[in-house]
Design a protein around this ligand. Sequence first.
Ligand code: HEC
Length: 117
Amino acid sequence: MPVPTPPALPSAAVLLLLAGLAGAAPAVAGDLAAGRQKAQACRACHGLDGIATMPMAPNIAGNNELYLRNQLEAFRSGKRTNEMMSVVAKGLSDQDIADLAAWYGAIEIEVTLPDTQ
Ligand code: HEC
């Protein structure tokens, strides 16, 4: 009877990917109070409360913190580009990004579905 071969061990790359998908703890912890202060630089377009003040800008209140971080890092690195955000993100440190994501991510939002009747 053939001896069953053990399942191949997942490669380090796969493990890293899974850790990322599971939301592994980010390197820098965000600070809410600092995020609120730093959000002064965002309020002209996104509001201090994360509700956009102009039609071109998205609402960012209550978005997932990890998503917010990823977008800000993408604008900073040039992976995602936008004529306004690319300029804004260029000056942000890792700590700034963590703090801003903590602030906007912690805002609680309520939604009301449109009445379709
Ligand atoms: C001059 C206006 C302006 C300012 C100031 C500004 N933003 Fe933006 N932001 C935008 C616009 C416009 C977009 C949409 C970009 C696109 O279409 O890709 C955006 C997109 C974003 C997104 C992506 C949202 C999503 O749903 O993917 C995040 C996160 C964000 N901004 C955070 C910030 C933060 C944090 C600050 C302050 C440090 C800031 N922005 C300052 C205009 C601005």
